[in-house]
Design a protein around this ligand. Structure first.
Ligand code: TXA
Ligand code: MG
Length: 333
């Protein structure tokens, strides 16, 4: 557009951002980077575009979408009311990896929420996402940019591998820094985490000055009751940390192609063990979260049939990592 140079954060091509915003305005689908995982975005107020997200993902309409906003000041436009707790969490953590579930405002179409009377909202902490949201101006409904049930994408290449030509445009913003999805906290009543994620429960409790419960269905998994999610092709087997190497060796001896995700405290023993592929978990849970989905994809690339690992301690980001591993280990449908 003429000699006018559009301004934007350094390193972000303004023409790409403008192109993405144009596609959103036209009802198209744009995959974009966030700090957690890549999102598959559409204009939240365009019902046809929102329905296309569900079709492309192969996702049941009963799994509602998160509406992404360009700033916390827009929150009141999308909800029936902003409780004090929501204002506190938004002020403290946005832009950032926490999603608020609040009572739905009239602006939110039923297609986004699956007909429930609440809506999930967040402001992502990624310069590309924020630039697109600013250029577009409205809310962007976006699930993770993967087919339903598979491993969430943390690079633009993962998005292209998974969704291919079904997306109108993929914005490349490099690897996602957090690597697991946002923490979803329901603030319509007593604060409840519906999905552990990038903001630890302890940090929410500190900001809110009260205890925050974790909904049992995502914290406790009873074998046989939870269909798999976030799942690689390989079967995921969870055992106690001190059993990981031994169990992997046992399966390898029976001729299975085994991948092992070794707890850091057993790294020293890993080299002497038999397995098709061995990855040692990073000591830092932030590093582990960042790389978790990449590790699962790596085992698939090496055609492992089974991945043996254990869950980390459920504090800090460990809670989100444990949740994803448990879901990945669920029975396949
Ligand atoms: O980090 C993230 O949250 C990423 C990035 C792209 O922002 N998004 C993401 O979206 O993980 P998705 O669709 O894969 O997961 C959204 C979750 C779903 O499990 C959905 O059921 C839940 O949010 N959700 C959405 N609206 C809800 C609502 N009103 N009440 C309860 N849960 C809701
Ligand atoms: Mg998802």
């Amino acid at each position: 557009s003429g000699e006018q140079v559009m301004s934007g954060p350094p390193g972000i091509a303004p023409d790409r951002v403008e192109h993405a915003a144009r596609i959103l305005r036209a009802g198209g689908l744009v995959a974009f980077p966030t700090e957690t995982v890549y999102g598959l975005g559409a204009d939240a107020e365009n019902v046809g575009a929102v329905e296309r997200i569900f079709a492309v993902k192969g996702r049941p309409p009963t799994h509602p979408l998160i509406v992404h906003l360009g700033g916390g000041h827009q929150l009141s436009e999308w909800v029936a009311e902003v409780p004090d707790a929501a204002r506190r969490v938004a002020d403290r953590f946005w832009p950032g990896p926490v999603t608020l579930v609040l009572r739905r405002g009239r602006r939110v179409p039923h297609a986004v929420t699956g007909g429930v009377e609440t809506v999930a909202l967040r402001v992502p902490d990624h310069p590309v996402a924020l630039a697109v949201l600013a250029a577009f101006g409205g809310g962007v409904a976006a699930p993770s940019a993967n087919r339903f049930g598979s491993v969430s994408p943390t690079t633009a290449a993962h998005v292209r591998d998974g969704l291919g030509a079904d997306v109108d445009y993929v914005l490349d913003g490099g690897s996602c820094a957090v690597g697991v999805e946002s923490t979803i906290v329901d603030l319509t009543g007593a604060p409840t985490i519906l999905r552990p994620g990038g903001v630890p429960r302890e940090d929410l409790e500190h900001a809110l000055g009260c205890s925050v419960s974790v909904r049992a269905t995502s914290a406790v998994r009873v074998p046989g009751q939870h269909p798999s999610h976030y799942a690689p092709r390989a079967r995921v087997v969870l055992v106690e940390p001190d059993q990981v190497l031994g169990h992997a060796e046992h399966l390898a001896a029976r001729g299975r192609r085994v991948g092992v995700l070794v707890p850091p405290e057993f790294a020293a023993d890993a080299g002497s063990r038999a397995a098709h592929r061995i990855i040692v978990v990073p000591h830092s849970t932030a590093q582990y979260a960042r790389r978790l989905f990449g590790f699962l994809r790596d085992f698939d690339r090496h055609e492992c049939e089974v991945i043996v690992t254990s869950v980390p301690a459920p504090d800090g980001l460990g809670l989100a990592i444990a949740d994803r591993l448990r879901r990945a280990s669920g029975p396949r449908t």
